[in-house]
Design a protein around this ligand. Structure first.
Ligand code: SF4
Length: 337
């Protein structure tokens, strides 16, 4: 049996964060109301390890939710110390944390390094200072650039989280943010289109009709372009859209929340590639009405789309009677002669 790499998530909701971003209600998002203790960290680790004991390969522990390096120093050390015995025994290989770009400095990184933290994810959300201000982030894009540069100097793996669709954001600003993130060449990226959660400032704005979130269609369209920009440069996009587990009980008030949002975005991106092939073939053989294509076997679901929506879209747009498809061991879609 092949061994799989697992990440053990530990959520530290809003713990110690002195900010109040308008989209955030970490207590609600994580579904937790109690403080995370070292004891509960141990219990979480033991639970994960026991459930998949025979199949576990590399193990990473990830402190998500709050801003890890913004919590009191003593607490950071307690959490990191609680993981240390597992690292020394070789049971856990590495630690991942998420934090704010303005809580990264040499003192902080020295501590993280000494406790085997390997990956630091930064909640960046946008590279537009206008959007950051409107979202109450309390930092600027310059903080992001400095933080990434310092993290790389120390040899950390770097993650960047972006949130298209925040107040004052628009299509061009989202794409520009993705372009600036690409320039920094992070190891991982997460794209979370902004959703309105209950008990947030953004909910108030939404109710007062001062903020209109993206529709699912707009989010899919915009994020598919952003996704394409990252993967074109070999940058790993590890998640798009909130995981249902993050919500723990229906706290979304409005906005582009969909359980399969990541698939919808990838599928939209693949549609763009497929469309170029179909468009050229339709133009060079006008009036025939029938096209046959081979799709890369390993990504066939993404090319076809949910409920075959990409096939229906192209058939309709290029006025085809039939768009036949089969699969092959190829990297790009091809027309079948
Ligand atoms: S910095 Fe992070 S934890 Fe703090 S309010 Fe903003 S999103 Fe929430």
């Amino acid at each position: 049996m092949s061994k799989k790499q697992i990440t053990i998530p530990v959520f530290i909701p809003h713990s110690g964060c002195p900010h109040c971003c308008i989209f955030c209600n970490q207590w609600r998002v994580t579904g937790l109301s109690e403080k995370v203790t070292c004891d509960s960290v141990h219990k979480t680790i033991e639970l994960y390890l026991s459930e998949a004991a025979d199949t576990i390969g590399k193990v990473e522990i990830a402190f998500f939710g709050g801003s890890f390096t913004a919590i009191p120093h003593v607490e950071q050390i307690e959490y990191l110390k609680s993981v240390k015995p597992y690292i020394e025994k070789g049971v856990i290989e590495s630690v991942r944390i998420s934090t704010r770009p303005d809580y990264i400095n040499r003192n902080i990184l020295d501590v993280l390094k000494s406790y085997h933290v390997k990956t630091v994810e930064l909640g960046v959300q946008s590279f537009s200072d206008r959007v950051l201000t409107a979202s109450g982030r309390g930092h600027t894009s310059a903080h992001v650039i400095d933080a990434v540069s310092l993290l790389k100097e120390y040899g950390f793996r770097v993650g960047i989280q972006l949130m298209p669709g925040l107040p004052t954001d628009d299509y061009e600003t989202s794409i520009q943010s993705a372009a600036e993130a690409v320039e920094l060449f992070p190891d991982d990226v997460r794209i979370y289109p902004a959703v309105v959660l209950k008990d947030t400032e953004m909910e108030v704005l939404y109710n007062e009709k001062k903020f209109v979130p993206l529709t699912i269609e707009e989010a899919v369209d915009r994020c598919s372009i952003m996704y394409g920009m990252f993967i074109a440069k070999g940058i790993n996009v590890i998640r798009m859209g909130l995981h249902p587990m993050d919500l723990s009980g229906g706290t979304v008030v409005a906005g582009p929340y969909h359980e399969a949002l990541g698939f919808l975005i990838k599928s939209r991106y693949r549609r763009g590639i497929l469309e170029k092939v179909v468009k050229d073939a339709a133009a060079s053989n006008p009036g025939s009405g029938i096209l046959s294509i081979i799709l890369p076997d390993k990504m066939k679901e993404e090319y076809i789309g949910m409920k075959r929506e990409n096939i229906f879209y192209l058939k309709d747009k290029y006025k085809l009677l039939k768009l036949n498809y089969t699969y092959g061991n190829i990297d790009e879609p091809q027309i079948l002669d």
